[in-house]
Design a protein around this ligand. Structure first.
Ligand code: ASP
Length: 348
């Protein structure tokens, strides 16, 4: 009798737990959106007080237009690789961002551009570094991925490859903007009056007011379930000796894997390279079973923040979840899914 009662009690308990277990499983079974896309236009010292109302509006409009370009591709059933490339091309053409036209200047007064792109379906990737005459570095990165046996090309060789593939070549002066030139002069003047306090592994930081990372990036999930990430940058103001940051380094500034997520980073590249940030987010999901948000948060607001590495990232996972953490004061960013389009700059 006792046993029967116990059995009944256990049955009752099991039947009570059943719906709860089903409920817990429900969010994972949530229908993935037809597409998802996120972009960034750099992180850093970006406070509401630093931008005029006109500048604020101009950045928001540019971010919104960029999202619309990517969304149009994805809405029409296009591939994430095309959405990412086209979105980044637009951001490269905008002088507001530190990529393509509007890139920051090296110590020698040049614009040296880096970019990379990666597809999650087969882990194919392409990257370029130190370009001075290619209008759209992201297109060069894609060409490396699709039309060369290599992953990363640099300098003159990369430019020769871009020429051979028929990419648009411009005069180096095309990338000039007065604002970035002035920022270099300030950084040099400051450098002359203070020691570089970033230590041997840090690069020379621009002055506080110019401490904005204007790199651009885009991550997307298409209808077919493919994840793609791309990043493009002019690097850091006053960089020297053909310095290359994280943006063209697969696993650091850019990473995509259909099993986990697509990630594009912005921030102090020396840290993002050493902490293998983009891959670390994917690895935390794969090995530790963390959600996209938890994995990205742990890297940006945990590991990197503790180390003093400033910046942020955008990421989308295979279910269409999006996260955009940053540990700096602001990050130009935005995302879109069917029926939703959001842009933001500060901690809002
Ligand atoms: N991560 C880039 C670099 O270090 C800079 C940026 O994000 O603006 O080259």
């Amino acid at each position: 009798m006792r046993l029967t009662l116990l059995g009944l009690a256990m049955l009752l308990l099991a039947s009570c737990q059943q719906p709860a277990a089903e409920q817990a499983a429900a969010p994972a079974a949530k229908k993935r959106p037809a597409y998802a896309i996120a972009i960034h236009g750099g992180a850093g010292t970006i406070r509401a007080a630093d931008l005029t109302a006109e500048q604020d509006a101009a950045y928001r409009a540019a971010l919104d237009s960029a999202l619309q370009i990517g969304e149009k591709v994805l809405q029409g059933g296009g591939a994430a690789i095309d959405a990412v490339e086209q979105t980044i091309r637009f951001l490269e053409d905008s002088p507001l961002f530190n990529a393509g036209r509007g890139a920051v200047f090296t110590h020698e007064g040049r614009n040296e551009l880096d970019a990379s792109i990666m597809q999650g379906k087969d882990l194919s990737a392409g990257a370029v570094a130190g370009l001075t005459v290619v209008r759209h570095p992201i297109a060069a990165a894609r060409a490396v991925m699709e039309q060369s046996p290599h992953v990363m090309l640099t300098g003159q060789g990369a430019e020769q490859f871009a020429r051979e593939k028929g990419l648009e070549i411009v005069d180096p002066s095309y990338f000039f903007t007065q604002q970035r030139w002035d920022a270099l002069q300030r950084a040099k003047a400051e450098e002359a009056t203070r020691l570089d306090h970033d230590g041997p592994q840090g690069s020379r930081r621009p002055s506080r007011a110019d401490y904005k990372f204007g790199t651009v990036g885009c991550v997307a999930l298409d209808r077919a379930g493919n994840l793609v990430a791309g990043t493009s940058t002019g690097g850091m103001t006053n960089k020297r000796w053909n310095r290359v940051g994280d943006a063209p380094v697969i696993g650091a500034g850019t990473y995509a894997n259909n099993e986990t997520c697509a990630v594009s980073c912005t921030g102090h590249g020396e840290y993002f390279i050493r902490w293998a940030v983009a891959h670390d987010v994917s690895a935390l999901m794969a090995y530790k079973g963390l959600s996209l948000e938890a994995a990205a948060g742990e890297v940006i607001n945990g590991k990197l923040k503790a180390a003093g590495g400033e910046g942020g990232l955008i990421a989308v996972d295979a279910q269409g979840n999006i996260t955009m953490p940053f540990n700096s004061e602001g990050m130009y960013r935005g995302y879109a899914k069917p029926g939703e389009r959001v842009v933001a700059i500060y901690r809002e």
